[in-house]
Design a protein around this ligand. Structure first.
Ligand code: NAD
Ligand code: UDP
Length: 320
């Protein structure tokens, strides 16, 4: 692609798990990519292979501070995503979601660019409606340990829709359900990374509660495809749109699958359930199918094999 026709795309949180895959994919598609990150949970290791590409720029910046830059599109992913990471400094998590959204929406307004928000299934809280549809308003504790994240993300959605109504901004909101794959942080405390590392190291596998709570896991490549399709929709499409794999598993089933695939001798052990841990979660993706022609096809076992290979390498390199 010639330089005149290249789009310049800003990815906040670009050195994180999802952000790094998005940087790679958008570069491959012939765009100029500006990867912004404060490296709280992201790492240069995730993007080091992109550094020699002249169409890739890395910007150390914190989204709670305003930014002026010329771009055509913004993917706003900056925010710690795993419960231990987002609860480490809850006030900062909330500022990142809310002030980050204000700053990036302000930037999108200034440059008249399109902006996509990485929202979350956590806006549904511990859902009373199952599977979750976009018109469900959720069941969120506003003052609990998870609220810094859940309410921050809900407020960010509010800001996106107010900018849309007030300023006709071209917004795209996706609600991401649990996603897994290579480049996940080995110590993020999320269930897939914890169980795989425990299984590979022969350590006890820590199931919180009785392991009967459910989650639906989407492989990263398919999630990134959903983001790109959403950004490409015409201006009438704002979302929110659920993105996730509807295959629903109990946490105990996930542990058993990982033990099975790795051939591990690890034992399953039971630990207290964290407060406000959602009991069930499954996306209704009717809207994504209709609007984006998007539907995940990668089976959990298949995605786990690739993710296990990634963590196996990290362990061998002494990085996990
Ligand atoms: P991640 O922690 O790997 O990535 C987040 C990135 O944002 C990191 O690189 C981190 O350093 C950066 N960051 C954090 N605070 C920042 C700040 N103040 N300024 C600049 N950069 C900052 O998490 P992820 O799984 O890649 O998640 C990416 C986005 O997707 C997040 O917004 C998250 O809420 C959302 N999401 C992810 C999932 C999932 O299952 N992975 C599910 C729902 C929503
Ligand atoms: N979980 C678990 N053991 C772990 C980590 C997580 O049983 O070592 C459980 C957690 O309590 C939750 C589910 O797995 O019910 C998914 O947790 P995760 O932190 O990955 O994401 P969440 O969907 O809760 O944000």
């Amino acid at each position: 692609m010639d330089n005149y026709h290249r789009k310049r795309i800003l990815i906040t949180g670009g050195a994180g798990f999802l952000g790094s895959h998005l940087c790679e994919r958008l570069l491959k598609e012939g765009n100029d990519v500006v990867c912004l990150d404060n490296f709280f949970t992201g790492t240069k290791d995730n993007i080091i292979h992109l550094m020699d590409d002249h169409h890739f720029e890395l910007l150390r910046h914190d989204v709670v501070n305003p930014l002026i830059i010329e771009v055509d599109e913004i993917y706003n992913l900056a925010c710690p995503a795993s419960p231990p990471h987002y609860q480490y400094n809850p006030i900062k998590t909330n500022k990142t979601s809310v002030m980050g959204a204000i700053n990036m929406l302000g930037l999108a307004k200034r440059v008249k660019g399109k902006i996509l928000q990485a929202s979350t299934s956590e806006v549904y809280g511990d859902p009373a409606v199952h599977p979750q549809t976009e018109d469900y308003w959720g069941n969120v504790n506003p003052i609990g340990a998870r609220s810094c994240y859940d309410e921050g993300k809900r407020c960010a959605e509010t800001l996106f829709f107010d900018y849309y109504r007030e300023h006709k901004l071209r917004i795209k909101v996706v609600r991401i359900f649990n996603t897994y794959g290579p480049n996940m942080h080995p110590h993020d405390g999320r269930v897939v990374s914890n169980f795989i590392i425990q299984a590979l190291k022969g350590e006890d596998i820590t199931i919180y509660g009785e392991g009967q709570q459910t989650r639906s896991f989407c492989y990263v490549d398919e999630m990134i495809d959903g983001f790109i399709r959403m950004m490409a929709t015409d201006d009438s499409v704002t979302g929110p749109v659920n993105l996730g794999n509807p295959g629903e598993f109990t946490i105990k089933e996930l542990a058993e699958k990982i033990v099975d695939i790795t051939g591990s001798k690890s034992k399953l052990v039971y630990k207290p359930l964290p407060t406000d841990d959602p009991k069930q979660r499954q996306p209704d993706i009717t809207l994504a199918k209709k609007t984006l022609g998007w539907e995940p096809v990668i089976k959990l076992e298949e995605g786990l094999v690739k993710t296990i290979a990634y963590f196996d390498d990290l362990i061998k390199e002494g990085r996990a």
